[in-house]
Design a protein around this ligand. Sequence first.
Ligand code: NAD
Ligand code: TYD
Length: 335
Amino acid sequence: MKILVTGGAGFIGSNFIYWVLKNRDWEIINLDKLTYAGNLENLKGIENDPRYNFVQGDVCDSHTVNELMAKVDCVVHFAAESHVDRSVLEPAVFVETNVVGTQVLLQAALENKIKKFHHVSTDEVFGALELDGSKKFNEETPYNPHSPYSASKAASDHLVRAYGDTFGLEYTITNCSNNYGPYQFPEKIIPLFVTNAQEDKSLPIYGDGKAVRDYLYVDDHCEAIALVLENGKAGETYCVGGDSEKNGIEMAETILKALGKPKSLMTFVKDRPGHDRRYAIDHSKITKELGWKPRVTFEEGIAKTIQWNLDNKGWVENILSGEYQKYYEKQYGAR
Ligand code: NAD
Ligand code: TYD
């Protein structure tokens, strides 16, 4: 099988490409614009693999997208603007890439008779759960996005379903929780806290630090996507989660302890506007139908992720000294 992966130079996309080349015999074309979040260094380990090809381009460019679609059987769509805080600062590009880009891909998928379009989405489309409740999101949860990021992802999910319902496009969607692991851009909480802690810089905890996220090790997510692509029923959605709910304070404490750093590095900063209080996923559908469940515990996953960051200081350094600096200073002040 030949697949078009969009956004394969980003965090999850690059992990997915490694996972596929190791665990399946599929061929891959990776279409990525190389925005601030796209990094070809992530793919150094497989750049010469004969089953892998890279094309730099924009998912909003219908000419490029159509050319590539003609060469593949299936699509796995990761490309997006992915960071909530950036969507507060600059919402327009989120609509452009996440909504318009998805529509361009769907249209091309239809015209090129793609066998299956898999759309990678987020649990953030469901809104927020009560902090102390036991409720979790599942495939029936109504959409209620709060940030420009989650609203744009919700719109993209609706477009995917509309292309299925209206034009008969065969699609699947996964809505997953917060991923972590190698190659995650250091604007997200785990790599940011690990980087700051290593340099004895403060760990900025938003608000009261009690907002909860469900953490999913990226390899587990990659396996879930592959299973859904292969065996998921067309027109269905699958929720994917890591069974690992942690709040900001717990995350900071875990990372500081692992690195032998003092709790005094924890600093409470102004809360994120519209900060969702809790996300949690009930993954029983994908478990029952496709036999998937998370294999990596949070303790194993965070240890591996911290070690990866320690072993790849050069990778982080390159990012920190680039364009990211400007965003960091705007968000948190001077490093
Ligand atoms: P990322 O920001 O690390 O990577 C995004 C990639 O998309 C980058 O390589 C970037 O260059 C590329 N890209 C951006 N705009 C593009 C465009 N117009 N054309 C082509 N390429 C473009 O994101 P990620 O964390 O790897 O997330 C991947 C997908 O998974 C996204 O759709 C995101 O919404 C979804 N998701 C992520 C998480 C998470 O925890 N990271 C959780 C749930 C869902
Ligand atoms: P983040 O990694 O940005 O993912 P998302 O917003 O998609 O869930 O944030 C995860 C949680 O960590 C969220 O509750 C916000 C919090 N957070 C902080 O407390 N400080 C930070 O510097 C960042 C980036 C996030």
